[in-house]
Write a protein that binds this ligand. Sequence first.
Ligand SMILES: *[C@@H]1O[C@H](CO)[C@@H](O)[C@H](O)[C@H]1NC(C)=O
Ligand SMILES: *[C@@H]1O[C@H](CO)[C@@H](O)[C@H](O)[C@H]1NC(C)=O
Ligand SMILES: *[C@@H]1O[C@H](CO)[C@@H](O)[C@H](O)[C@H]1NC(C)=O
Ligand SMILES: *[C@@H]1O[C@H](CO)[C@@H](O)[C@H](O)[C@H]1NC(C)=O
Length: 369
Amino acid sequence: MLVLRDPAAITTLLVALALPLPLPLCCTPLSRPSDPQPVKTYNVDLNSDPRQRWNEVLHDHRHYVPAILDMIRSFIPQDVLPLAEQIAEDIENLIPSPFAQEITGIANYWGMNVGDMILLNIIYDITAYCTSVVAQDGNRVIWHARNLDYESSDLLRNLTISVNFRHGNKTLYQAVTVAGYAGVLTGQRPHGFTVSVDQRGSKKHRLGPWWENELTAILYKSSSFVTFLIRQTLEETQRFSEAVLKMSTTVIHAPVYIIVGGASQGEGVVITRDRVAALDRFYLNPLQGRWYVLETNYDHWLPAPAFDSERRAVGHREMDKLGSENVNSTTLYQVLSTAPVLNNYTTYTTVMSASQPEVFNTQVRWPPL
Ligand SMILES: *[C@@H]1O[C@H](CO)[C@@H](O)[C@H](O)[C@H]1NC(C)=O
Ligand SMILES: *[C@@H]1O[C@H](CO)[C@@H](O)[C@H](O)[C@H]1NC(C)=O
Ligand SMILES: *[C@@H]1O[C@H](CO)[C@@H](O)[C@H](O)[C@H]1NC(C)=O
Ligand SMILES: *[C@@H]1O[C@H](CO)[C@@H](O)[C@H](O)[C@H]1NC(C)=O
């Protein structure tokens, strides 16, 4: 177990994690898959007690609890633990329903501290490098595809699940998430909209009092977890325009890109968020030839930094080569499977389409052995 107390050591670790690192080949078991694997889908009943509704998922993934604790300890500076404990004591007041109850239920089921569970939520809230694309095909159908890239990838791959959030017999919305986590980074409201979140800016800009900032924001209820906002939007809004408005104007903990696809022609946007509001909304405009929008982790009006410009450039090259007429679930998956859009950190690929909810498909991606 790696425990970091020294802020300089944390800086070094996080800066290092932002760069490509060789995989620990010594420790990679031969049994791990190398082909893409479909994720398992669970039903989560929104009418049931939030403290119990994740139990099936938690049971299936209970073997990973020690590894999850190690991950939390390796990411989090020791001196923020008391702040996390303070939030845990008053969680029902500080974190909105049903997230507070779900987090408490998850911690109890897995025998973890509620404080650790809160820290885990922060880790997932801010640390995903990604590529997302929304495109309109030749029949004016909207498609949305995304790769989620994450550093602690093998554990995350094993924890990745697909969830149908159900009201009675009806699936209200669907999400791709991580077992033990209540927020959403990728989701679909059938016949409404699809959404994915990409991190904005590099971790280097988030160091310093980063953890304190996050925890203080919770303590003063001054902003919302991005991933909680995404789930609330999936739950509460039915249409693209309402969803875009809500996700553009709710104050959040960290700057991000929120990519949204709709169920009707022309509906697609990359929202560039700072904490308070949208700085920019970059919409599809098929009549003017903009039949797709693509986002990695940089403002679209600025050049991507040299160390990571290829993901964006190759993504655009492959989309341009494809052309609107040839967009479908297979071809979009292929675009997201082109290196370095697909890379050793890619944890999963999702393809979805709000007007065709049955398309919703996620494959866990393993780097070559
Ligand atoms: C992930 O699951 C594979 C089996 O599919 C296993 O070999 C590997 O050790 C697991 N890795 C982690 C970090 O949990
Ligand atoms: C759910 O569907 C089943 C079978 O289709 C039906 O028997 C049941 O009454 C339904 N429940 C609700 C809450 O609609
Ligand atoms: C997707 O489009 C490609 C290129 O036009 C085509 O070859 C393929 O058959 C299509 N696949 C599906 C599932 O529609
Ligand atoms: C990805 O991993 C493979 C083998 O595991 C390695 O050969 C390759 O260089 C890695 N790619 C990057 C960009 O690190």
